[in-house]
Design a binder for this molecule. Structure first.
Ligand code: MEV
Length: 312
């Protein structure tokens, strides 16, 4: 047992394929370390376990429903490690919460890593993924597993259920700009809303999911040839089908439109939608500050930029 255990994790950006990935289609996703989570765990001086994070400061046993997945992760991981002593958890995150950037999976991942580090026991990839997956099921209802797997990756991948990962390489610079609408994203609600349309056999929704699958396949081919204009068109078309599925929002639509009129090659929402973030792409580094300024002027609360060349 160590005096202090530490764990960390990064964020993720879905380039294309959210929602359709839940039904078995491919998704292109990128780990993003520009924002992340750090967890420190040490023996508690209070005789009971406590948590300090942006959403809650108090006893583990009195954690509110809003952090139910965190409560579950702490309990399941401590049980797996047979740790029964009271512990103090300090969670520091720069990932905007509930914005489609993988905050819940990143917190779960960092908590699990911190507890294993504290206990001195080795953590296998399989144990980590299984514990994150339980946590994500509480946070998101019926997740594809994409967010959890992304926490263990350092470079862009194509993901397909159940856990198929193929690395994807960006051999010419491409800049991803994320605009945060400032609205809480509602991934669980959005995933359930799409599911109820699919379960009801709604043709429009079924066709939209198939159309997104096709767009992602075309995007994989476009990335292989560094055809960034083509990739941009595919992103914008993907946004249209996400609108059809009812997972966009007026704020996201406005930010997407603003990015397109500011010279971005393409733009769409990213993550679960119904709030949260959007992304735009450009191959011109000089355009990045201009697109970011226009997004802020159109109401984005914050923007992030990620250059994929650094990851190739
Ligand atoms: C959420 O980040 C991505 C969704 O496709 C849900 C999932 O894959 O679990 C909306």
């Amino acid at each position: 047992m160590k005096a202090i255990g530490q764990g960390s994790s990064h964020s993720k950006i879905i380039l294309m394929g959210e929602h359709s990935v839940v039904y078995g289609g491919p998704a292109i996703a990128v780990p993003y370390s520009g924002v992340g989570v750090k967890v420190t765990v040490r023996p508690s001086a209070l005789g009971q376990s406590t948590v300090h994070c942006a959403f809650y400061d108090g006893l583990v046993e009195e954690m509110p429903d809003v952090v139910a997945s965190l409560y579950h992760t702490i309990h399941q991981t401590a049980a797996a490690l047979q740790l029964s002593m009271p512990l103090e958890y300090t969670i520091e995150s720069t990932i905007p919460a509930e914005r489609g950037m993988g905050s819940s999976a990143a917190v779960a991942c960092a908590v699990i890593r911190s507890l294993y580090d504290f206990s001195g026991q080795p953590l296998t990839q399989q144990q980590l993924l299984s514990l994150i997956s339980e946590s994500e099921t509480i946070a998101h209802g019926a997740p594809s597993g994409l967010d959890g797997l992304l926490m263990t990756q350092e470079t862009p991948v194509v993901f397909q259920r159940p856990a198929h990962l193929t690395p994807i390489t960006f051999t010419k610079p491409l800049h991803l700009i994320v605009g945060d609408s400032g609205q809480i994203g509602r991934t669980k609600e959005a995933v359930l809303a799409v599911k109820s349309q699919i379960d009801a056999g709604e043709t429009r929704a079924i066709k939209a999911v198939h159309a997104i699958d096709q767009l992602v396949q075309e995007a994989i081919a476009a990335i292989a040839k560094c055809q960034w204009e083509q990739l941009g068109h595919l992103l914008t078309k993907d946004h249209h089908f996400l609108q059809v599925l009812g997972v966009s929002s007026p704020d996201l639509d406005r930010l997407v439109a603003s990015a397109l009129t500011s010279g971005a090659l393409g733009a769409k929402l990213t993550g679960g939608g119904r709030g949260g973030c959007m992304i735009a792409i450009t191959d011109d580094a000089q355009q990045v500050p201009h697109i970011q300024e226009r997004l802020l002027a159109a109401g984005a609360k914050k923007t992030y930029c990620h250059s994929l060349e650094a990851l190739s």
